[in-house]
Design a protein around this ligand. Structure first.
Ligand code: PMP
Length: 433
């Protein structure tokens, strides 16, 4: 075997066999061999504008012709413009933006800010969560990918968020699940000592761990608990931000204002690596007269900022966020619900906007998962079969644990969306036979 010069994340190097992609356009990409796939994976839930959106490509090219790099201590029009646009869209109370190079370092900085502001060490994070792979971010991540990282998670206390289908609280309704999850969080805080807790970090809608949409009132309840104890609420919107769930931010679905909000992915569809932290009033005030201990050479990178300005302009002008909300309810929910109706392998359909998950089960009555958690970085053979069956039908969804996630680009045509869902259905029909 020729040795691969690329060290691949999450997998054993000898087993990495990536499909080689040659190009993409809109909601489609194709391989070197000319196979075409509908990108329901969106390159990790990233490509709101699809592949090669001309307005973003033009903006990056234009900026590259003027200035490619600039240290963060300098000001630049494009940087200020990007920050201002983000603040205008962010939930009320947003004051400034710290740019990072991706989602994980945004989480790192949000947690550092929370610890600096409160002087407290601990962070509460959900078991069913993903917050990134750098040291602090994997430490607050709940999902099994952290198991293989020795020592990850010192200073993190994990809680169960609401997940009625597999309720930890023996709840039988969404309302009960929400109430009990809040009571559990309250009890955990009492036991930990709220005065030792700097932040509670949540994905307002849990993304790669199953598209878990919380019951009405849950997020507001977490906000109230934080307020009661002077704890900062960090909303990790790396996956959900900029329209994925049919609102600019998932927090907006329930009118909740976080103290810190992390973003990446959809802010510029990942055309240039970037992420950031939206800093709320309390944190902004703390650092008004005190230096913030942190920074990054590429913070506010001009190419990234140019791509942000262009991407947000397209999202706004083309009304893609409202479109995501409409497609989600009018097209995706009915089609997936219908699929679930005749495919016993589908235990539950969940989603909002253009973020959806099909939870696959071996037995609907017991809800036994079709595949147990595989070791970090491995897809269980049953789920690998599901993915191959989808690929054979020209669609590429995001498969994790016992779930098929659909994160289509927000620009996907309605026809492609319907065809893609039908192809996933056909792939799952095999699984049922
Ligand atoms: N937070 C969430 C909610 C995510 O979904 C991700 C990435 N999937 C991250 C953080 C980490 O982002 P990145 O991979 O850009 O570091």
């Amino acid at each position: 075997m020729a040795s691969d010069p690329v060290f691949h994340p999450w997998v054993a190097q000898a087993k990495a066999a990536p499909v080689v992609v040659a190009g993409g356009a809109g909601a489609w990409f194709w391989t070197r061999e000319g196979e075409r796939f509908l990108d329901l994976h969106a390159q990790l839930g990233n490509l709101h504008l699809g592949h090669q959106h001309p307005a973003v490509v033009a903006a990056v090219t234009h900026q590259a012709g003027r200035m490619c790099t600039l240290a963060p201590s300098f000001g630049a029009e494009v940087r200020e413009r990007a920050a201002r646009m983000i603040l205008e869209l962010a939930p009320p109370g947003a004051r400034s933006v710290l740019f990072t190079t991706g989602g994980a370092d945004a989480v790192e900085h949000a947690l550092r800010m929370a610890r600096c502001v409160t002087g407290r060490p601990k962070v509460l994070a959900a078991h069913r969560s993903y917050h990134g792979a750098t040291e602090g971010a994997i430490g607050v991540t709940g999902d099994p990918r952290r198991w293989a990282v020795p020592g990850a998670g010192a200073g993190t206390v994990r809680f169960f968020g609401p997940y009625l289908y597999r309720s930890e609280f023996h709840a039988t309704s969404e309302e009960q699940e929400g109430e009990r999850a809040l009571a559990h969080l309250r009890r955990l805080l009492e036991l930990e000592g709220p005065h030792t807790v700097a932040a509670v970090i949540v994905e307002p809608v849990v993304g790669s761990n199953g598209v878990l949409v919380p019951p009405e009132g849950y997020l507001a309840g977490v906000r109230a608990l934080c307020d009661e104890h002077g704890i900062l609420l960090v909303a990790d919107e790396v996956m959900t931000g900029f329209g994925r769930c049919g609102a600019w931010f998932a927090c907006d679905l329930w009118g909740v204002r976080p103290d810190l909000l992390t973003f990446a992915k959809g802010v510029n569809s990942g055309y240039v690596p970037v992420g950031g932290v939206v800093v709320g009033e309390r944190v902004a005030e703390h650092f008004a007269e005190r230096p913030y201990p942190g920074g990054l050479t590429y913070s506010g990178h001009p190419l990234a900022c140019a791509s942000i300005v262009a991407s947000l302009t397209v999202l706004e002008e083309d009304g893609l966020v409202d479109r995501a909300a409409d497609l989600g309810e009018r097209v995706v929910r009915p089609l997936l619900t219908e699929l679930a109706g005749h495919l016993p392998v589908v235990g539950e359909v969940r989603g909002r906007g253009l973020a959806w998950a099909l939870e696959l089960v071996a037995d609907r009555a017991t809800r036994a998962p079709l595949a147990p958690y595989a070791a970090p970085g491995r897809v269980h053979p049953r789920m690998a079969e599901v993915l191959s069956a989808c690929r054979a039908r020209g669609v590429w969804p995001f498969v994790a644990a016992n779930r098929v996630h659909l994160f289509p680009p927000l620009v996907i045509t309605e026809d492609d969306l319907c065809t893609g869902i039908a192809a996933v259905g056909a792939a799952l029909t095999l699984e049922d036979s």
